[in-house]
Design a binder for this molecule. Structure first.
Ligand SMILES: [Ca+2]
Ligand SMILES: [Ca+2]
Length: 175
């Protein structure tokens, strides 16, 4: 399988001009998509796709369910802009989707499959100026439970414009 993700508008925008090409099929109308993950989430032998539609003021994290005829049906998990990265991992003996939202929401969310539909649960949230950019799930202390590394680019604004300072930060938290 070959995949190509097109962001559409690179500068901040709510234009739905992004796309994901899957071999000869295409999912159109994506709002600045920046990450995707392919998996057969309902074990029907047809791959479904999770997409981070980062957007600007609008955006979402969604699953596109494979309708087995070359088309996909979108189901929004949360309507929230800034979805930037996701991971699919075994947690508590279940496969779960973990999604990071930037764009002032600065939120880490776990999505669980309930009654054939995904529900997002917020597990961490930072200040709007946090500037989350990336994360990784690793069992850092070898206790059998995944922990999370979060990379952030925060902007601390001082009393004058000239006092703007920028810091890079990596945080580590137990999930
Ligand atoms: Ca499927
Ligand atoms: Ca651990």
């Amino acid at each position: 399988m070959e995949y190509l993700l097109g962001i559409g508008s690179l500068p901040p925008s709510d234009e739905a001009t992004g796309f994901l090409r899957i071999n000869k099929d295409k999912i159109y109308g994506l709002i600045r998509p920046v990450d995707f993950l392919v998996t057969d989430m309902n074990n029907e032998r047809f791959d479904d796709v999770f997409i981070c539609n980062f957007g600007y003021s609008k955006g979402d994290f969604s699953i596109y369910k494979n309708l087995k005829n070359g088309s996909y049906e979108k189901e929004i998990i949360p309507t929230l802009s800034g979805a930037i990265r996701m991971e699919y991992e075994n947690m508590d003996e279940e496969k779960k989707i973990v999604v990071l939202f930037a764009q002032e929401h600065e939120t880490l969310m776990i999505c669980n499959l309930e009654s054939n539909s995904f529900k997002g649960e917020k597990i961490l949230q930072f200040q709007p100026e946090y500037g989350a950019t990336d994360f990784q799930l690793k069992d850092i202390d070898n206790d059998g439970d995944l922990d999370v590394f979060i990379g952030a680019f925060s902007i601390n604004i001082g009393p004058k414009d000239s006092d703007v300072t920028k810091d890079n930060e990596i945080s580590w938290m137990k999930l």
